[in-house]
Design a protein around this ligand. Structure first.
Ligand SMILES: C[S@@+](CC[C@H](N)C(=O)[O-])C[C@H]1O[C@@H](n2cnc3c(N)ncnc32)[C@H](O)[C@@H]1O
Length: 207
């Protein structure tokens, strides 16, 4: 009961605020403008990437998220944009799109949260055209052992507070294990961000 109320009334706003920091928005600006064609944004959340897309490069955006509350917030942000954007309630495990139909998948700060990553990444690959790109920016396991130890200790509690988010996932390894071909990869601790949540991986992967 309390956890339902938390998920409905607190978590969506908490995610919106925590994902809107200046360093995170700086990351969005590095990658989102590269998206082109027919775009699938997986885990669109409250739609924080929408202002960073380059409308000139885009045919259409389909944004998926399983959270009803975040869907509503994303729709409000989509309404402020001139881009053709559809927001759907769905998880990455079952994407309601035809195979081989997407030019760019954008995924930001969501691989940390998707519970069934292997099936979800398989499903993402299914909808990507052969030459499609997946643009990603995620936080994950830090390179320093001391930070890793803290990440592993805090992860169970963190997940309870932040909708199932994991702070210790090895993002490049997850992509490679799912047979994505990583084309570019950059990584660093975000400035002004606690190190346990601030180690970012971003780049481009193909199938
Ligand atoms: C930290 S938020 C990030 C939201 C957004 N991508 C951003 O960059 O602001 C994590 C998002 O993952 C979504 N999510 C959780 N489970 C998911 C799933 N199975 N498939 C797709 N998205 C999921 C959550 O609803 C939430 O919107």
């Amino acid at each position: 009961m309390i956890s339902n109320l938390y998920d409905k009334f607190v978590l969506p706003k908490l995610l919106d605020v925590c994902c809107s920091t200046k360093p995170i928005n700086y990351q969005r600006n590095k990658i989102v403008p590269n998206a082109k064609g027919d775009i699938l944004e997986v885990g669109i959340g409250s739609g924080l990437n929408i202002p960073y897309y380059d409308p000139k490069k885009i045919n259409k955006i389909i944004g998926l998220d399983p959270s009803e509350e975040l869907n509503e917030m994303a729709k409000e942000n989509a309404a402020k944009s001139d881009i053709n954007i559809d927001i759907l309630i769905a998880g990455a495990e079952e994407i309601p799109l035809p195979s081989n139909s997407i030019d760019t998948v954008l995924i930001t700060y969501t691989l940390c949260t998707i519970p069934n990553l292997a099936d979800s990444l398989k499903e993402i690959k299914r909808v990507m055209k052969n030459d499609a790109e997946m643009i990603f920016c995620e936080h994950g396991i830090a390179p320093d052992l001391r930070i890793q130890n803290w990440q592993n200790k805090i992860n169970p509690l963190w997940g309870k507070l932040f909708g199932g988010c994991n702070i210790n996932r090895d993002i490049p390894k997850i992509l490679v294990n799912s047979e994505f071909k990583i084309q570019t990869l950059e990584q660093m601790y975000l400035p002004s961000t606690p190190k346990i949540v601030g180690y970012n991986y971003w780049g481009l992967a193909k199938i």
